[in-house]
Ligand binder design. Structure first.
Ligand code: SAH
Ligand code: MG
Length: 209
């Protein structure tokens, strides 16, 4: 990992709801600090903004930009009655998940409004006319096979040579977690487009050749 700068975050990251371990966040920060010199960075799956704070803070140091793509309606496992449902993020009137309000307040608290561009949309729609080359793509969206495949196919082609692809929730052992992120990790590995970088916890990493 490029150990380029000490990790300093603008808020208490443990107070931000989310699904990211400290070592994974730190790796995102270090790689984004490097990659955001190449071009803007993009994440799929922001939720309440935990990964966004790590990535965005690094981008901010280079006056770069982080596009944060999330429809904010939650993944399969966040829906009402599912394992990771959080009632505080549930719109009782609409009977829908809505993490956008909390996401926005996290960005404001982290003073990242000058760096993070929220794109409240599904990954597929956001990518439809995308044409901007990217320094880094972080995939942490839906975990269905279809969602993961769409994320991979939609965004990977936009990563610049030398840029970074990061994929969260890599579980080679099916007893430890879903296989969709691992399946796109295997696609990236077999594609011949990337140099594989050391995995950090469940964070798979590649550098575009
Ligand atoms: N990176 C976050 C966790 C993301 S959880 C953290 O650090 O805590 C996954 C997120 O992906 C959810 O917020 C969900 O709304 C979003 N998501 C799932 N499928 C999506 C899709 N197809 N397009 C856009 N966002 C999606
Ligand atoms: Mg994840």
């Amino acid at each position: 990992m490029p150990l380029t700068l000490p990790l300093t975050l603008p808020l208490d990251i443990d107070a931000v709801k989310g699904f990211l371990a400290h070592d994974e966040g730190e790796a995102l920060y270090q790689y984004a600090f490097d990659a955001s010199r190449l071009g803007p960075c993009l994440e799929i799956g922001s939720y309440c903004g935990k990964s966004t704070v790590y990535l965005g803070s690094a981008c901010q140091k280079n006056n770069s930009v982080l596009y944060a793509v999330d429809h904010h309606r939650g993944s399969e496992e966040h829906q009402f009655g599912e394992e990771y449902h959080d009632n505080d993020l549930y719109d009782q009137q609409l009977k829908l998940m809505d993490s956008f309000k909390v996401f926005r307040s996290t960005m404001r608290e982290a003073r990242l409004d000058d760096t993070v561009v929220p794109i409240v949309s599904s990954s597929a729609v956001a990518s439809r006319h995308w044409a901007t080359p990217l320094g880094m793509v972080f995939i942490d969206g839906g975990h269905s096979e279809e969602a993961a495949q769409i994320d991979y196919r939609s965004w990977v082609a936009h990563i610049k040579p030398g840029g970074i692809l990061a994929i969260h929730d890599i579980f080679p052992n099916p007893e430890e977690g879903g296989q969709a992120p691992y399946n796109i990790w295997k696609l990236a590995k077999a594609s011949g487009l990337f140099e594989e970088l050391p995995m950090v916890n469940t964070l798979g990493l590649f550098r575009r050749l």
